[in-house]
Write a protein that binds this ligand. Structure first.
Ligand SMILES: NC(=O)c1ccc[n+]([C@@H]2O[C@H](COP(=O)([O-])OP(=O)(O)OC[C@H]3O[C@@H](n4cnc5c(N)ncnc54)[C@H](O)[C@@H]3O)[C@@H](O)[C@H]2O)c1
Length: 360
Protein backbone atom coordinates (compact mmCIF):
# COMPACT_ATOMS: atom_id res chain seq x y z
CA UNK A 1 0.00 0.00 0.00
CA UNK A 2 1.28 3.43 -0.91
CA UNK A 3 0.21 6.69 0.67
CA UNK A 4 1.06 10.34 0.25
CA UNK A 5 1.04 12.31 3.48
CA UNK A 6 1.66 15.98 2.75
CA UNK A 7 5.07 16.15 1.06
CA UNK A 8 5.98 12.62 2.23
CA UNK A 9 5.39 9.20 0.73
CA UNK A 10 4.90 6.05 2.80
CA UNK A 11 4.93 2.48 1.59
CA UNK A 12 3.31 -0.07 3.91
CA UNK A 13 4.34 -3.70 3.47
CA UNK A 14 2.20 -6.21 5.39
CA UNK A 15 3.55 -9.73 5.28
CA UNK A 16 3.47 -12.96 7.20
CA UNK A 17 7.23 -13.39 7.35
CA UNK A 18 9.75 -10.93 8.74
CA UNK A 19 11.74 -9.16 5.98
CA UNK A 20 15.39 -10.07 5.55
CA UNK A 21 18.21 -7.54 5.55
CA UNK A 22 18.85 -7.84 1.80
CA UNK A 23 15.22 -7.03 1.02
CA UNK A 24 15.26 -3.97 3.26
CA UNK A 25 18.50 -2.77 1.70
CA UNK A 26 17.05 -3.30 -1.78
CA UNK A 27 13.80 -1.51 -0.84
CA UNK A 28 15.84 1.40 0.49
CA UNK A 29 17.93 1.50 -2.69
CA UNK A 30 21.55 1.62 -1.60
CA UNK A 31 22.28 2.70 1.91
CA UNK A 32 25.68 4.36 2.12
CA UNK A 33 26.51 4.09 5.81
CA UNK A 34 25.25 1.35 8.10
CA UNK A 35 21.75 2.25 9.32
CA UNK A 36 21.01 2.98 12.96
CA UNK A 37 18.55 0.41 14.27
CA UNK A 38 16.61 1.48 17.37
CA UNK A 39 15.32 -1.37 19.53
CA UNK A 40 14.15 -2.12 23.03
CA UNK A 41 14.81 -5.11 25.26
CA UNK A 42 11.88 -7.01 23.79
CA UNK A 43 12.58 -6.38 20.11
CA UNK A 44 16.35 -6.87 20.25
CA UNK A 45 16.19 -10.50 19.16
CA UNK A 46 13.83 -9.72 16.24
CA UNK A 47 16.18 -7.02 14.99
CA UNK A 48 19.31 -9.10 15.45
CA UNK A 49 17.75 -11.88 13.41
CA UNK A 50 17.11 -9.46 10.57
CA UNK A 51 20.24 -7.34 10.67
CA UNK A 52 22.96 -9.39 12.36
CA UNK A 53 26.05 -7.23 12.64
CA UNK A 54 25.32 -5.20 9.50
CA UNK A 55 24.04 -2.16 11.39
CA UNK A 56 24.57 0.08 14.40
CA UNK A 57 22.19 -0.61 17.28
CA UNK A 58 20.67 1.73 19.80
CA UNK A 59 19.09 -0.16 22.69
CA UNK A 60 16.40 1.62 24.73
CA UNK A 61 14.50 0.56 27.80
CA UNK A 62 11.02 -0.59 26.88
CA UNK A 63 7.73 0.94 27.94
CA UNK A 64 5.78 4.18 27.97
CA UNK A 65 7.61 5.38 31.08
CA UNK A 66 10.76 5.52 28.94
CA UNK A 67 9.18 7.50 26.09
CA UNK A 68 10.99 10.63 27.17
CA UNK A 69 13.62 13.16 26.25
CA UNK A 70 16.43 10.98 27.66
CA UNK A 71 15.50 8.28 25.16
CA UNK A 72 15.57 10.80 22.30
CA UNK A 73 18.98 11.99 23.45
CA UNK A 74 20.21 8.39 23.54
CA UNK A 75 19.16 7.90 19.91
CA UNK A 76 20.72 11.19 18.80
CA UNK A 77 23.93 10.30 20.62
CA UNK A 78 24.03 6.90 18.90
CA UNK A 79 23.49 8.55 15.51
CA UNK A 80 26.32 10.94 16.19
CA UNK A 81 28.59 8.16 17.44
CA UNK A 82 27.90 6.28 14.21
CA UNK A 83 28.68 9.44 12.21
CA UNK A 84 25.35 9.29 10.41
CA UNK A 85 25.04 12.06 7.85
CA UNK A 86 21.91 13.60 6.38
CA UNK A 87 21.58 10.55 4.16
CA UNK A 88 21.67 8.29 7.22
CA UNK A 89 18.85 5.84 7.86
CA UNK A 90 17.06 5.40 11.20
CA UNK A 91 15.18 2.11 11.51
CA UNK A 92 12.85 1.60 14.46
CA UNK A 93 12.07 -2.01 15.32
CA UNK A 94 9.30 -2.22 17.87
CA UNK A 95 5.95 -0.92 18.96
CA UNK A 96 4.50 2.56 19.11
CA UNK A 97 6.99 3.79 21.67
CA UNK A 98 10.05 2.87 19.59
CA UNK A 99 8.29 4.18 16.47
CA UNK A 100 7.38 7.56 17.97
CA UNK A 101 10.85 8.03 19.48
CA UNK A 102 12.79 6.91 16.41
CA UNK A 103 10.63 9.04 14.13
CA UNK A 104 11.16 12.09 16.30
CA UNK A 105 14.92 11.60 16.44
CA UNK A 106 15.06 11.01 12.67
CA UNK A 107 13.05 14.17 12.07
CA UNK A 108 15.41 16.43 14.01
CA UNK A 109 18.82 14.82 13.46
CA UNK A 110 20.54 17.05 10.91
CA UNK A 111 17.07 18.51 10.21
CA UNK A 112 15.74 15.22 8.95
CA UNK A 113 17.12 11.83 7.95
CA UNK A 114 15.65 8.78 6.30
CA UNK A 115 13.25 6.86 8.52
CA UNK A 116 11.95 3.29 8.32
CA UNK A 117 9.83 1.22 10.70
CA UNK A 118 9.46 -2.46 11.39
CA UNK A 119 6.34 -2.73 13.50
CA UNK A 120 6.28 -5.54 16.04
CA UNK A 121 3.10 -4.82 18.03
CA UNK A 122 -0.50 -5.01 16.87
CA UNK A 123 -1.03 -1.45 18.03
CA UNK A 124 1.86 -0.14 15.96
CA UNK A 125 0.59 -2.02 12.92
CA UNK A 126 -3.01 -0.89 13.06
CA UNK A 127 -2.32 2.65 14.17
CA UNK A 128 0.93 4.13 15.44
CA UNK A 129 3.28 3.41 12.56
CA UNK A 130 1.16 5.00 9.85
CA UNK A 131 0.54 8.72 9.50
CA UNK A 132 3.75 10.35 10.69
CA UNK A 133 3.01 11.47 14.23
CA UNK A 134 6.22 11.21 16.22
CA UNK A 135 7.02 12.35 19.71
CA UNK A 136 7.65 11.75 23.37
CA UNK A 137 6.08 12.43 26.74
CA UNK A 138 7.15 15.54 28.62
CA UNK A 139 6.23 16.92 32.09
CA UNK A 140 4.03 13.86 32.60
CA UNK A 141 1.95 14.75 29.54
CA UNK A 142 1.58 12.24 26.72
CA UNK A 143 3.17 13.24 23.44
CA UNK A 144 3.60 16.85 24.50
CA UNK A 145 6.52 17.27 22.09
CA UNK A 146 6.57 15.84 18.60
CA UNK A 147 6.71 16.32 14.86
CA UNK A 148 4.91 15.12 11.76
CA UNK A 149 7.42 12.87 10.03
CA UNK A 150 6.14 9.71 8.30
CA UNK A 151 8.34 6.67 7.79
CA UNK A 152 9.17 6.09 4.13
CA UNK A 153 8.66 2.33 4.51
CA UNK A 154 6.70 0.51 7.22
CA UNK A 155 7.10 -3.27 7.42
CA UNK A 156 4.41 -5.15 9.31
CA UNK A 157 5.49 -8.78 9.67
CA UNK A 158 2.80 -10.84 11.40
CA UNK A 159 5.44 -13.37 12.40
CA UNK A 160 7.00 -10.82 14.74
CA UNK A 161 3.80 -10.84 16.81
CA UNK A 162 4.47 -14.41 17.95
CA UNK A 163 6.12 -13.23 21.16
CA UNK A 164 3.69 -10.41 21.94
CA UNK A 165 2.28 -10.69 25.48
CA UNK A 166 -1.49 -11.09 25.81
CA UNK A 167 -1.90 -7.66 27.36
CA UNK A 168 -0.24 -6.02 24.37
CA UNK A 169 -2.53 -7.90 21.98
CA UNK A 170 -5.42 -6.46 23.87
CA UNK A 171 -3.93 -3.01 23.69
CA UNK A 172 -3.74 -3.22 19.91
CA UNK A 173 -7.22 -4.63 19.62
CA UNK A 174 -8.56 -1.43 21.24
CA UNK A 175 -7.18 0.68 18.39
CA UNK A 176 -8.79 -1.76 15.96
CA UNK A 177 -12.12 -1.20 17.70
CA UNK A 178 -11.57 2.55 17.43
CA UNK A 179 -10.96 2.30 13.68
CA UNK A 180 -13.99 0.06 13.28
CA UNK A 181 -16.23 2.60 15.04
CA UNK A 182 -15.00 5.23 12.59
CA UNK A 183 -15.09 3.01 9.52
CA UNK A 184 -18.60 1.66 10.05
CA UNK A 185 -20.65 -1.14 11.51
CA UNK A 186 -19.58 -3.95 9.18
CA UNK A 187 -16.00 -3.63 10.45
CA UNK A 188 -17.39 -3.63 14.02
CA UNK A 189 -19.19 -6.89 13.20
CA UNK A 190 -15.98 -8.47 11.92
CA UNK A 191 -14.26 -7.51 15.17
CA UNK A 192 -17.15 -8.80 17.26
CA UNK A 193 -16.58 -12.18 15.60
CA UNK A 194 -12.90 -12.01 16.53
CA UNK A 195 -13.22 -10.46 20.00
CA UNK A 196 -11.35 -12.35 22.66
CA UNK A 197 -9.04 -13.94 20.10
CA UNK A 198 -6.16 -11.90 21.42
CA UNK A 199 -4.47 -15.23 21.90
CA UNK A 200 -3.62 -15.57 18.20
CA UNK A 201 -0.30 -17.32 18.18
CA UNK A 202 1.59 -16.85 15.00
CA UNK A 203 3.42 -20.14 15.12
CA UNK A 204 1.51 -21.36 12.13
CA UNK A 205 1.35 -18.46 9.74
CA UNK A 206 -1.38 -19.89 7.60
CA UNK A 207 -4.34 -20.58 9.81
CA UNK A 208 -7.74 -18.91 9.53
CA UNK A 209 -7.34 -16.74 12.60
CA UNK A 210 -4.26 -15.18 11.10
CA UNK A 211 -6.05 -14.59 7.80
CA UNK A 212 -8.71 -12.68 9.72
CA UNK A 213 -6.04 -10.77 11.58
CA UNK A 214 -4.23 -9.87 8.37
CA UNK A 215 -7.47 -8.61 6.88
CA UNK A 216 -8.21 -6.48 9.95
CA UNK A 217 -4.72 -4.97 9.88
CA UNK A 218 -5.03 -4.19 6.17
CA UNK A 219 -8.39 -2.60 6.71
CA UNK A 220 -7.19 -0.45 9.59
CA UNK A 221 -4.09 0.68 7.68
CA UNK A 222 -6.18 1.53 4.64
CA UNK A 223 -8.63 3.54 6.72
CA UNK A 224 -5.96 5.46 8.58
CA UNK A 225 -3.89 5.99 5.44
CA UNK A 226 -6.88 7.45 3.63
CA UNK A 227 -7.81 9.82 6.45
CA UNK A 228 -4.23 11.02 6.92
CA UNK A 229 -3.77 11.46 3.15
CA UNK A 230 -6.71 13.86 3.22
CA UNK A 231 -5.67 15.69 6.38
CA UNK A 232 -2.02 15.16 7.21
CA UNK A 233 -1.63 17.92 9.80
CA UNK A 234 -4.89 17.26 11.60
CA UNK A 235 -6.87 20.31 10.60
CA UNK A 236 -10.09 18.35 10.15
CA UNK A 237 -10.95 14.73 9.55
CA UNK A 238 -7.80 13.33 11.18
CA UNK A 239 -9.13 14.55 14.53
CA UNK A 240 -11.60 11.66 14.37
CA UNK A 241 -8.69 9.30 14.99
CA UNK A 242 -8.53 10.76 18.50
CA UNK A 243 -11.74 8.95 19.41
CA UNK A 244 -11.38 7.86 23.03
CA UNK A 245 -8.03 9.62 23.39
CA UNK A 246 -8.99 12.77 25.32
CA UNK A 247 -10.40 10.58 28.08
CA UNK A 248 -7.84 7.84 27.53
CA UNK A 249 -4.74 10.03 27.74
CA UNK A 250 -6.03 11.54 30.97
CA UNK A 251 -6.55 8.08 32.45
CA UNK A 252 -3.05 7.03 31.40
CA UNK A 253 -1.62 10.11 33.13
CA UNK A 254 -3.74 9.61 36.26
CA UNK A 255 -2.69 5.97 36.51
CA UNK A 256 0.94 7.01 36.04
CA UNK A 257 2.44 6.66 32.54
CA UNK A 258 3.11 3.01 31.76
CA UNK A 259 0.78 1.55 34.40
CA UNK A 260 -2.07 0.86 32.01
CA UNK A 261 -1.58 0.25 28.32
CA UNK A 262 -2.44 2.85 25.71
CA UNK A 263 -5.10 0.55 24.28
CA UNK A 264 -6.71 -0.14 27.64
CA UNK A 265 -6.98 3.60 28.17
CA UNK A 266 -8.38 4.20 24.68
CA UNK A 267 -10.98 1.44 25.09
CA UNK A 268 -12.15 2.99 28.35
CA UNK A 269 -12.11 6.41 26.68
CA UNK A 270 -14.34 5.19 23.84
CA UNK A 271 -16.92 4.07 26.41
CA UNK A 272 -16.88 7.56 27.99
CA UNK A 273 -17.20 9.09 24.49
CA UNK A 274 -20.25 6.93 23.85
CA UNK A 275 -21.81 8.18 27.08
CA UNK A 276 -21.04 11.76 26.16
CA UNK A 277 -22.42 11.22 22.65
CA UNK A 278 -25.67 9.80 24.00
CA UNK A 279 -26.00 12.72 26.45
CA UNK A 280 -25.47 15.17 23.59
CA UNK A 281 -28.00 13.39 21.39
CA UNK A 282 -25.32 12.52 18.80
CA UNK A 283 -24.69 8.82 19.44
CA UNK A 284 -27.76 6.61 18.93
CA UNK A 285 -28.20 4.61 22.13
CA UNK A 286 -28.32 1.34 20.15
CA UNK A 287 -24.94 2.08 18.57
CA UNK A 288 -23.45 3.11 21.91
CA UNK A 289 -24.65 -0.19 23.36
CA UNK A 290 -23.18 -2.16 20.45
CA UNK A 291 -19.80 -0.46 20.80
CA UNK A 292 -19.62 -0.78 24.57
CA UNK A 293 -20.74 -4.42 24.41
CA UNK A 294 -17.84 -5.17 22.05
CA UNK A 295 -15.40 -3.36 24.33
CA UNK A 296 -16.70 -5.18 27.41
CA UNK A 297 -16.67 -8.58 25.71
CA UNK A 298 -13.08 -7.95 24.63
CA UNK A 299 -12.13 -7.83 28.30
CA UNK A 300 -11.50 -4.12 28.87
CA UNK A 301 -12.16 -2.24 32.06
CA UNK A 302 -15.28 -0.20 31.29
CA UNK A 303 -15.93 0.94 34.83
CA UNK A 304 -18.01 4.06 35.16
CA UNK A 305 -17.28 5.98 37.19
CA UNK A 306 -13.63 4.93 37.13
CA UNK A 307 -11.91 5.07 40.54
CA UNK A 308 -9.22 7.38 39.11
CA UNK A 309 -11.46 9.61 37.02
CA UNK A 310 -12.46 12.06 39.72
CA UNK A 311 -8.87 12.54 40.89
CA UNK A 312 -7.05 15.86 40.67
CA UNK A 313 -4.40 14.33 38.38
CA UNK A 314 -7.14 13.19 36.05
CA UNK A 315 -8.93 16.51 35.85
CA UNK A 316 -5.65 18.44 35.53
CA UNK A 317 -4.62 16.20 32.68
CA UNK A 318 -7.96 16.66 30.94
CA UNK A 319 -7.70 20.43 31.28
CA UNK A 320 -4.16 20.59 29.93
CA UNK A 321 -4.98 18.31 27.03
CA UNK A 322 -3.51 19.54 23.77
CA UNK A 323 -6.92 19.43 22.16
CA UNK A 324 -8.19 22.18 24.48
CA UNK A 325 -8.56 25.47 22.63
CA UNK A 326 -9.70 28.91 23.83
CA UNK A 327 -11.05 27.43 27.03
CA UNK A 328 -13.11 24.95 25.02
CA UNK A 329 -12.64 21.20 25.09
CA UNK A 330 -12.77 19.06 21.99
CA UNK A 331 -14.09 15.50 22.05
CA UNK A 332 -14.77 12.91 19.39
CA UNK A 333 -18.06 11.08 19.84
CA UNK A 334 -19.59 8.30 17.76
CA UNK A 335 -22.51 9.26 15.55
CA UNK A 336 -24.87 7.14 13.40
CA UNK A 337 -22.20 5.65 11.13
CA UNK A 338 -18.83 6.98 12.18
CA UNK A 339 -17.95 9.76 14.63
CA UNK A 340 -17.81 13.52 14.80
CA UNK A 341 -15.84 16.19 16.62
CA UNK A 342 -17.67 18.27 19.21
CA UNK A 343 -16.42 21.35 20.99
CA UNK A 344 -17.79 22.06 24.43
CA UNK A 345 -17.57 25.39 26.22
CA UNK A 346 -19.18 24.00 29.30
CA UNK A 347 -17.70 20.70 30.41
CA UNK A 348 -20.10 20.09 33.32
CA UNK A 349 -21.70 17.23 31.42
CA UNK A 350 -18.30 15.56 31.02
CA UNK A 351 -17.49 15.99 34.69
CA UNK A 352 -20.87 14.53 35.61
CA UNK A 353 -20.24 11.43 33.47
CA UNK A 354 -16.78 11.01 34.95
CA UNK A 355 -17.95 11.40 38.54
CA UNK A 356 -21.31 9.69 38.43
CA UNK A 357 -20.98 7.20 35.58
CA UNK A 358 -23.61 6.45 32.96
CA UNK A 359 -26.07 3.69 32.16
CA UNK A 360 -26.49 2.84 28.49
N1 LIG B 1 2.21 7.96 16.29
C1 LIG B 1 0.94 7.63 16.33
O1 LIG B 1 0.15 7.97 15.46
C2 LIG B 1 0.46 6.81 17.48
C3 LIG B 1 -0.82 6.25 17.44
C4 LIG B 1 -1.21 5.43 18.49
C5 LIG B 1 -0.36 5.20 19.56
N2 LIG B 1 0.86 5.79 19.57
C6 LIG B 1 1.79 5.57 20.67
O2 LIG B 1 2.17 4.22 20.67
C7 LIG B 1 2.55 3.84 21.99
C8 LIG B 1 1.94 2.50 22.30
O3 LIG B 1 2.42 1.56 21.38
P1 LIG B 1 2.60 0.02 21.77
O4 LIG B 1 1.37 -0.45 22.41
O5 LIG B 1 3.12 -0.66 20.58
O6 LIG B 1 3.66 0.13 22.96
P2 LIG B 1 5.18 -0.29 23.14
O7 LIG B 1 6.00 0.17 22.03
O8 LIG B 1 5.54 0.16 24.50
O9 LIG B 1 5.14 -1.89 23.10
C9 LIG B 1 4.47 -2.56 24.12
C10 LIG B 1 5.39 -3.58 24.80
O10 LIG B 1 5.57 -4.68 23.92
C11 LIG B 1 6.96 -4.93 23.76
N3 LIG B 1 7.11 -5.51 22.45
C12 LIG B 1 7.13 -4.90 21.25
N4 LIG B 1 7.13 -5.79 20.26
C13 LIG B 1 7.15 -7.01 20.83
C14 LIG B 1 7.16 -8.33 20.34
N5 LIG B 1 7.08 -8.59 19.04
N6 LIG B 1 7.20 -9.34 21.23
C15 LIG B 1 7.22 -9.10 22.57
N7 LIG B 1 7.18 -7.87 23.09
C16 LIG B 1 7.14 -6.84 22.23
C17 LIG B 1 7.62 -3.60 23.97
O11 LIG B 1 8.96 -3.76 24.34
C18 LIG B 1 6.78 -3.03 25.11
O12 LIG B 1 7.21 -3.57 26.32
C19 LIG B 1 2.10 4.95 22.90
O13 LIG B 1 3.20 5.69 23.32
C20 LIG B 1 1.19 5.80 22.04
O14 LIG B 1 1.20 7.14 22.40
C21 LIG B 1 1.29 6.57 18.55
Amino acid sequence: MNFTFGEYKTQVIISRETPVFEKITADLQAVGKKPLVVIDENTKSIAEKIFGSNVHYCLLRSGEENKNWQAVETILAAARKAFLGRDGVFIGVGGGVIGDLTGFAASVYMRGCRFVLISTTLLAMVDASVGGKTGFDLFGIKNLAGTFYPAEIVYMPLESLATLPQREWKSGFAELIKTAVLDGDDFLDVLAENAGKGEYVIDSVNDDANDALLECIERAVLYKGKVVSEDFREGGKRKLLNLGHTFGHALEAAAGLGNITHGEAVAWGIVQSCALGVELGITPRTRAKKITALIASSGYDCSMPHPLAGSTAFLESMLSDKKKKDGKMTFVVPDEKSARVVTLEDTKIVEKILKEGFTF
